[in-house]
Design a binder for this molecule. Structure first.
Ligand SMILES: Nc1ncnc2c1ncn2[C@@H]1O[C@H](COP(=O)(O)OP(=O)(O)OP(=O)(O)O)[C@@H](O)[C@H]1O
Length: 942
């Protein structure tokens, strides 16, 4: 609960519900040599070293074997380490992925970068590649100055980088506005001259300087960095209920929030007047006038005006606009007009910070997330109470908690709740977040008396849409949906057996060589580090970005990128949703995205200035298998879930409101259920069909304490807390070890109050203590009538979500594969360019039309291997003392790490990951049979 949603990944469970079955289209056998699944994956030890076709150095058979050995274990570790992270959106973590399963030789260079020398695919693959892109530029970018266009073999991109650097230094100017945490002015580099053509239909992608009001910087870094509002915040606006309680009609409530600021009285006055005019007459003209004054834009973009009018009129609205279309404006303008506070729920901290920074100066903003210290959140809550905040960004975990709600009991009015990236509400989306489940209309109305909700997303299938609108009670009439296609993106795709080499070629080819901002998306954290190093070694200024980095490092990378001080960011999915850098000209998918939604979100970072931009995808089947396999890492058996529920609702646990805790790590290991899954189950028990418990903030619950100044018994006379600790603790090595929730329950306190008291005693040097064992905390509300029925329901739900996740990945793969292998170029596709066919499939997918590509993605995966059963038998025989479930056995065969079978202990087994290319369900069924046989045999023998 306390964990916030600022991590990179969405959720680990995400998918669309089973789609209607389509006639299967067989995948051409010629797809790629690696698509064919051999009947038995060769034991890696026995593989003969493949003849080296080309190498930059001689590799002796001996060293080659050693190298292969090393890579084999590295691959095992690689697959093993792919831990899905919560938020997932869920980024997996792995070591770099050498791919020893095919022809070719790997070696590591001095910098430890694994490089594979492949058989040349065709004599001129790279030059084809280059020329194809060059052709593309000639065709599509008429305003390119050939003199400025860098070719693949152009002399020196480093010079260009250095030049850009110098430009950065010389041209940097600071422009600050009140909601800015830190701003770097846009910097022009040498490539600025490479004007990308504006498309005819790019609409009014007008870039105006919204910060350029000559405002005094009112922000500083450090603790008060979110103290938005600048000069506009001194006097409270009366978004509070008026005395007559008629808060909805109290439109005069805004009066006074635009207090005069030195140097700005004219603008403030004008905005105030424009707001008043809109309140009197909600006409397009008045709204346009306000838009111009508040944001500096001349025109509304498609869908904006309609959405703004709806919201101002109090109609809950579902808004689907493409990436970069300007959804944020659809709550910013209403926030100016409506009397109370606008609450914006966002899934990622980085996204919230970014949006806070981008609020126009006339809109004071604030932020609440679980990552803040208690002092920081207290400060924000106080500012909210005192009327200094007009737009508050809240993480879903903080939303509706008691501390948050207490502020709204003080007569504060919420005019609007905005659910950004609303697809996170739906388990059928690519990025479901359990914490979003608490954003139900019924709860929002009950707890905040909210009348109007605005849900926004760029990516929602019809199933996702249905579930969002149902849960937020949005009427079908209030759906505003525009095409999810971005017309200014050129989509290209190529298959790759050596992605790092191909990536370098691509980046040194036109048009990518001339781009000043590029994002390369990878699946795994280690991959981003490896690729960014590779790029730097090749004189391309790059940095990696993933959730494994410290928050400060991440924001530094983002800042450097946004100020054009680095050219390429190599990132996981962590760097995506909501990133609004207008001049990203290229997005490269080094790894296959997990769904078309993810593809759209990530490619949507490019061309946000409306200019033609390029997105390239490398399709590599090994990565597809790996990601597909990992999609099964969250599966749970009904038996394990029953045990979990039995533990939560055990008879010893009372329903009298005491705090209960569930140790995260120990429970995950005992039941072999990932921590994220445990949290989802707990969330479902809180906000599913019925409320069985109430989640409390997560805590470290085990405390080891020692006394210093005063003796324990004397201190116990003085403090109730110490008395209870002495009663409840166990003495271990001179330390008093106890459980925080138990002490809190005895004293009738909240766990946080116990911690506060301990902190005070520590400050007075009476005690020192250490906390460990992170736990989920909750209070029981109701015991389920039938635990078994409940666990069956939850297991079914989790498995449906898992199936949908795999389906999404399969569809993404099929669309890419179709472009590569089956596209006949009828709709204008040619060479690597497949904009038309990819877009057609995206439209089909989102409109839930029958997809024109087959539904059976990879029939070969569904086939049995004749050796699977034999290998399982031998594994069971060799590990007879290990307690295994069919799922655990199948996971080992697939190389999927789990809490009870981590890669650190199991990846060295020669069968680890051997069957990753066989469908997990097939392996699971085989595991059930073999485990039953094994148990039967063992019982007969004993
Ligand atoms: N009417 C407009 N005229 C010109 N520029 C606009 C207009 N509305 C929004 N913009 C600009 O468009 C950019 C993208 O807006 P925004 O970040 O709200 O997009 P979005 O729809 O939320 O995209 P994503 O889904 O990718 O997060 C912003 O820089 C914003 O200032």
């Amino acid at each position: 609960m306390a964990s916030d949603s600022d991590s990179d990944s969405g959720s680990y469970v995400s998918a669309t519900p089973p789609r209607p079955s389509h006639p299967p289209t067989p995948i051409p056998p010629s797809l790629n040599s690696s698509v064919r699944v051999s009947s038995r994956p060769k034991p890696k030890q026995r593989t003969k070293p493949a003849p080296t076709k080309k190498s930059t150095r001689n590799v002796s058979p001996h060293s080659e074997r050693r190298c292969k050995e090393k890579l084999r274990s590295s691959k095992a570790q690689d697959v093993a380490d792919l831990n899905n992270k919560p938020e997932s959106e869920s980024e997996a973590q792995s070591k770099p992925n050498p791919d020893p399963g095919r022809d070719g030789v790997f070696f590591s260079n001095q910098e430890n970068i694994s490089i594979r020398i492949c058989k040349p695919e065709s004599s001129s693959s790279s030059s084809n590649f280059t020329s194809s892109f060059a052709r593309l530029v000639k065709l599509r970018r008429p305003s390119f100055d050939p003199a400025l266009e860098f070719k693949a073999d152009a002399p020196d991109p480093i010079q260009a980088e250095n030049f850009a650097q110098n430009q950065v230094k010389s041209k940097q100017t600071k422009r600050l506005h009140p909601n800015l945490i830190r701003v770097e002015a846009p910097i022009s580099g040498p490539f600025d001259q490479l004007k990308r053509p504006k498309l005819h239909n790019e609409g009014n992608f007008v870039r105006l300087n919204i910060n350029g009001y000559g405002r005094k910087p009112s922000f500083r870094n450090g603790k008060r960095r979110y103290s938005a509002g600048g000069g506009f915040r001194r006097k409270k606006w009366t978004g509070k209920k008026s005395n007559n309680g008629d808060k909805e009609d109290d439109l005069s409530g805004l009066d006074g929030i635009f207090e005069k600021q030195k140097g700005q009285p004219k603008l403030v006055k004008e905005v105030e007047e424009a707001v008043e005019a809109v309140r009197k007459d909600l006409s397009e003209e008045n709204l346009r006038n306000l838009l111009k004054l508040s944001h500096g834009f001349d025109l509304f973009r498609e869908g904006q005006l309609e959405a703004i009018k709806n919201v101002v009129l109090g109609k809950s609205t579902m808004l689907i606009l493409p990436t970069g279309a300007g959804k944020s404006l659809c709550y910013q303008l209403p926030a100016l007009i409506l009397p109370g506070v606008t609450l914006v729920v966002s899934p990622l901290l980085a996204l919230m910070v970014d949006q806070l920074k981008k609020l126009p100066p006339v809109l004071p903003g604030g932020l609440l997330s679980s990552n803040q210290t208690s002092e920081e959140s207290l400060e924000t809550l106080n500012r909210l109470r005192s009327g200094e905040i007009k737009v508050l960004f809240v993480s879903p975990e903080r939303f509706l908690n008691s501390e948050f709600l207490s502020v709204f009991e003080d007569n504060l009015t919420t005019s609007l709740v905005v659910i950004d990236e609303a697809h996170c509400i739906s388990e059928w989306s690519h990025n479901f977040r359990p914490s979003y489940l608490r954003l139900k209309a019924s709860l929002l109305t009950k707890k905040l008396n909210v009348k109007c909700i605005l849900a926004m997303t760029a990516t929602a299938t019809s199933e996702t849409l249905d579930s969002i609108m149902k849960s937020l009670e949005i009427l079908p009439n209030n759906l505003i949906q525009k095409s999810q296609i971005r017309v200014n993106l050129q989509l290209s795709i190529s298959s790759s057996e050596n992605r790092s080499k191909d990536l370098l070629v691509l980046l040194k080819s036109s048009p990518f060589v001339g781009m000043k901002s590029i994002i390369v998306y990878c699946k795994f954290q280690a991959e981003t580090d490896m690729i960014s190093k590779l790029l730097c070694d090749n004189y391309i200024k790059a940095k990696s970005y993933h959730s494994g980095l410290h928050a400060k490092e991440r924001s530094l990378v983002q800042e450097l990128f946004c100020s054009n001080k680095i050219r390429v960011v190599v990132a996981t999915v962590a760097f995506g949703m909501g990133l609004d850098k207008s001049d990203v000209e290229g997005v490269i998918h080094y790894s296959l995205p997990e769904s078309l939604e993810e593809y759209i979100q990530e490619t949507g970072r490019a061309g946000r200035d409306g200019r033609l931009s390029h997105c390239h995808l490398f399709l590599d089947t090994t990565t597809y298998y790996k990601i597909r396999s990992l999609s099964y890492s969250n599966g749970v058996d009904e038996y394990a879930l029953s045990r979990l529920l039995g533990q939560i609702f055990s008879d010893e646990v009372n329903l009298t409101g005491g705090i209960q805790s569930l140790l995260k790590e120990a429970t995950a290991r005992k039941l072999d259920i990932k921590e994220e899954v445990l949290f989802t189950v707990l969330t479902m028990l809180e906000i599913g069909e019925e409320q069985y418990l109430q989640l409390l903030p997560q805590l470290k619950v085990t405390c080891s304490l020692s006394f210093h100044k005063t003796s324990p018994h004397l201190l116990a006379d003085k403090y109730m807390l110490i008395r209870s600790i002495l009663n409840l603790s166990e003495k271990k090595g001179g330390l008093y070890v106890f459980d925080i929730p138990s002490v809190a329950n005895i004293l009738g306190l909240q766990a946080s109050e116990v911690l506060d008291q301990l902190k005070n005693l520590k400050l007075s040097d009476e005690i020192t203590y250490e906390l460990k064992d992170q736990a989920y905390c909750f209070k029981l509300v109701k015991r389920p009538d039938d635990l078994f029925a409940l666990s069956a329901r939850l297991t079914k739900w989790l498995s449906q979500v898992e199936i949908c996740k795999v389906q999404k990945l399969d569809i993404m793969y099929k669309v890419a594969n179709f472009a590569l292998k089956e596209c006949k170029g009828d709709s204008g596709c040619s060479g690597f360019l497949h904009t038309s066919c990819i877009q057609e499939h995206i439209i089909e997918y989102f409109s839930n039309k029958q997809m024109t590509i087959g539904d059976e993605c990879n029939n070969a995966m569904k086939q049995h291997s004749p050796f699977l059963h034999a290998d399982m038998k031998s594994f069971l025989k060799n590990n007879s003392s290990v307690k295994l479930t069919p799922r655990a056995l199948a996971r080992i065969m697939h190389g999927i790490p789990s809490p009870a079978f981590p890669s650190s202990s199991w990846a060295r087994n020669y069968l680890w990951g051997r069957y990753v290319e066989i469908d997990f369900q097939v392996v699971l069924e085989a595991a059930k049979i073999e485990l039953m046989n094994f148990i039967k045999k063992s019982t007969e023998q004993s």
